[in-house]
Design a protein around this ligand. Structure first.
Ligand SMILES: [Fe+2]
Length: 278
């Protein structure tokens, strides 16, 4: 690719400035507001204007069992990948495990792809579905018409690029018409939690400049386009405060992500998407 197309952009999360490089082409969309013509599940709810809400969620007991179940699985997989996890280590110290390389991390993430799907009963999935359905005011299902069970654990090590760049999920057609949740499990704080651009679901696509297919963000090829500018300038995301026992529910029509971890613990979250059950 032509190196002359390498350009540096930046955005803010609260007061922190984050730079990133884009190698490739960027472009604005057409003059349309996607939610005007598509089904946003947040439509009509009291938090529709913001596009997100933070609500009470799982008990500490259930969260603890989720963390333990996940950590047992990860420790076991890391052993299979040749690492001995010291006994005193917990999920939040994952990044500091001696010998953990980027390759081992990526292999672990790959093995975890279907972990939640295969263990949904043990992980209390039925209760999660019931609670989110209650928050949304109608029965939901985890399956879209196109792919089964789009949900997973996200692991973001401090100072890493383990996070997606800012984006809208709905730029991937199979992720339209859903609602997203973010459940912090550990390492979640004002320096690490998921970031959002409130009100971005109302923006015309024309005002959002994003990377085109083939572009690399910080040297990585992502499946979803990255937002590089809004209204031809840098933009400012916020990190809503999501305490333990709470869930962040938000519209996939919002710009979100880019959530660099400036804390000193590994941030682990449960991230799922739900669709309306017909
Ligand atoms: Fe996303």
């Amino acid at each position: 690719m032509d190196k002359s197309k390498l350009k540096t952009y930046f955005y803010f999360i609260d007061d922190q400035k984050i730079s990133f490089s884009v190698l490739g082409n960027v472009s604005c969309g057409v003059d349309t507001v996607l939610i005007d013509n598509e089904c946003d599940l947040v439509d009509g709810l009291f938090w529709e204007k913001d596009g997100y809400t933070v609500q009470p969620f799982l008990s500490e007991e259930l969260l603890d069992s989720l963390r333990c179940f996940l950590w047992d699985y990860m420790s076991c997989e890391l052993k299979n990948l040749g690492l001995d996890v010291p006994k005193e280590f917990r999920l939040k110290n994952y990044h500091a495990i001696p010998g953990l390389t980027q390759d081992i991390h990526l292999n672990l993430v790959k093995t975890m792809q279907y972990f939640l799907v295969n263990n949904h009963k043990e992980l209390g999935f039925d209760l999660i579905l019931e609670k989110i359905s209650e928050i949304m005011g109608h029965q939901l299902t985890p399956e879209s018409a196109f792919t089964p069970s789009v949900f997973h654990f996200r692991i973001v090590r401090p100072g890493s690029f383990d996070f997606n760049p800012p984006h809208k999920d709905v730029w991937i057609p199979r992720l339209k018409h859903a609602v997203n949740i973010y459940v912090p499990l550990c390492g979640n704080n004002k320096l690490s939690s998921l970031s959002l651009l409130p009100g971005s679901q109302w923006l015309s696509e024309k005002s959002i400049s994003k990377s085109l297919p083939g572009a690399k963000i910080n040297g990585i090829n992502y499946t979803v386009p990255a937002v590089v500018q809004v209204n031809q300038r840098e933009f400012k995301l916020i990190r809503p405060i999501v305490n333990q026992n709470e869930v962040l529910v938000f519209s996939p029509y919002m710009i979100h992500g880019g959530a660099a971890n400036f804390g000193d613990e590994t941030r682990v979250s449960l991230e799922m998407r739900f669709w309306k059950k017909s």
